[in-house]
Design a protein around this ligand. Structure first.
Ligand SMILES: Cc1cc2nc3c(=O)[nH]c(=O)nc-3n(C[C@H](O)[C@H](O)[C@H](O)COP(=O)(O)O)c2cc1C
Length: 459
């Protein structure tokens, strides 16, 4: 009733009607245009503008985007700087963010994985271990947090042995991500299968510990990253939401000193989603994405470390214009969680924590998830990703560039306040983004480390 009769088009949160409608229409390859002009108040505080070029970038007939308008791999190779044994270039700049089997149903995880494969994207496992449903053809980023699900020793610590076995047996795993903050899975969602995969009890809330057992300090974290990379050959990154910066600063200093460090950093925004979290945490802990990301990027920029790291952003960035802004601030890839859920049919019922999700996506009820048609939903996720890439490419060309990595801070303006009215990102956030080495799409297309093999071979 509220959605249909009361709320206006741009009113609802986390995602308003227009945003949801754009994802649904894009996922179904329906008409996702807007008629009669924008209904947004473009003078509103924080509204962003992308500066278009007088003459747009011209795509010649041999350009990869002439054949495939959705071709948009990451401009950086993850793990290249640190010379990891198996570097990885994500074949898509938009990918599925961490969401565990447990927080999501088996049918939802499978739809996301098959969808990722169909779009040449990667699929982050989230904090619940690698389930059989993550193993359907998509590239996988294996993610673990303080609970070490799937790679846990008997004393609830991290087990390198188990990780090595997992990586050796699953070539779909292209990188490892260490999550720095805590996760929660309500008891109502712990089925016997999930209990078995995670090594926990059926029906009891699972609260990952607040801190990691495998390291106590930044030097120890960096050492763990090196050990994992050495033992598995894979690039290793970290994921966190940004608050205080002193320990990040310590990390940057050590990276500059030792020449080592994470291959990628995933920065989550305070506006990001969870399957379940205490409201005071969800509402107030950690900075919104633009503030958190810009502070963190600046810190690594000051130490001249940005070309070593692939920066991944998540926090309501699954819309082409927002992604363009994220690239202008220094992001190299976008992860989407709730937007991906909407791509496969989430209606934003906001009851992920109750096990009663009506769409079958965020529930373990066999009956509710039986409504998910995996081939159809995976097509929808893939189509959403392809539409997203196509529109991001179009915005990029309109700004006179070939790849969004070329966006500079000067290309995006943001409405600030009455004194300055609007200002470019450089003066708003106080740094100049480092230039990303980019020699054209052909080079990305011919890169030996390009992921999404199955997708590109079949297109
Ligand atoms: C159902 C659900 C489960 C999630 N599980 C995890 C998780 O296991 N680990 C993690 O780091 N983030 C988790 N997240 C956070 C997302 O990966 C993502 O960072 C965040 O939702 C912001 O992206 P979005 O705005 O596109 O949703 C989860 C989010 C949702 C909605």
């Amino acid at each position: 009733m509220r959605q249909y009769f009361v709320a206006n088009n741009r009113e609802e949160l986390p995602f308003n009607r227009i945003e949801r409608g754009w994802i649904y229409a894009s996922a179904k390859k329906e008409n996702n245009y807007e008629g009669f002009g924008t209904d947004r108040d473009i003078y509103a505080h924080q509204h962003i503008f992308i500066k278009n070029q007088l003459m747009a970038y011209k795509v010649d007939k041999n350009h990869p985007n002439a054949k495939d308008k959705t071709f948009l791999p990451c401009a950086k190779v993850i793990g290249a700087y640190n010379k990891r044994e198996k570097p990885y270039r994500p074949a898509s700049v938009i990918n599925v963010s961490a969401m565990s089997f447990g927080s999501l149903s088996a049918a939802a995880v499978e739809s996301l994985n098959v969808g990722a494969q169909k779009a040449g994207a990667y699929h982050n496992t989230g904090e619940g271990g690698l389930s059989p449903y993550h193993h359907k053809g998509g590239d996988v980023i294996f993610h673990f947090g303080t609970g070490y699900f799937g790679v846990r020793s008997k004393d609830w610590n991290f087990s390198m042995e188990k990780l090595k076995i997992l990586v050796d047996g699953n070539p779909c795993i292209k990188a490892i991500e260490i999550k720095l903050s805590q996760g929660v899975l309500p008891g109502a969602k712990i089925s016997s299968e999930i209990a078995r995969i995670r090594g926990v009890e059926v029906g009891k809330d699972v609260l990952s510990p607040a801190t990691h057992k495998a390291f106590d300090s930044i030097p120890e974290l960096l050492q763990l990253i090196e050990d994992i990379a050495e033992q598995t050959g894979l690039p290793v990154g970290i994921k966190g939401a940004i608050g205080k910066l002193d320990q990040w600063e310590e990390m940057a200093e050590l990276m500059a000193k030792t020449g080592k460090g994470p291959d990628f950093i995933t920065v989550d925004g305070g506006e990001g989603g969870t399957g379940a979290a205490p409201p005071s945490f969800a509402d107030h802990v950690s900075l919104p994405w633009v503030y958190g990301f810009s502070s963190l990027y600046k810190l690594f920029l000051d130490k001249k470390l940005t070309d070593r790291i692939v920066f991944i952003g998540s926090g309501k960035l699954g819309f082409p214009a927002k992604a363009a802004m994220a690239f202008a601030l220094g992001a190299d890839c976008i992860n989407v969680a709730r937007e991906a859920m909407m791509g496969i049919g989430c209606i934003q019922a906001q009851i992920c924590h109750t096990n009663r999700c009506p769409t079958g996506i965020a529930t373990q009820s066999k009956w509710l998830q039986s409504g998910i048609n995996v081939p159809l939903k995976s097509d929808r996720l893939a189509q959403y990703f392809k539409t997203f890439r196509k529109e991001l490419v179009e915005i990029t060309h309109a700004a006179g560039y070939e790849h969004p990595c070329e966006f500079t801070m000067d290309d995006v303006q943001v409405n600030v306040d009455d004194d300055f009215l609007h200002s470019d990102l450089e003066s708003t956030y106080g740094y100049e983004k480092a230039k990303v080495k980019f020699n054209g799409m052909h080079e990305l297309q011919n890169c030996g480390y390009l992921g999404g093999k199955h997708f590109w071979e079949n297109n």
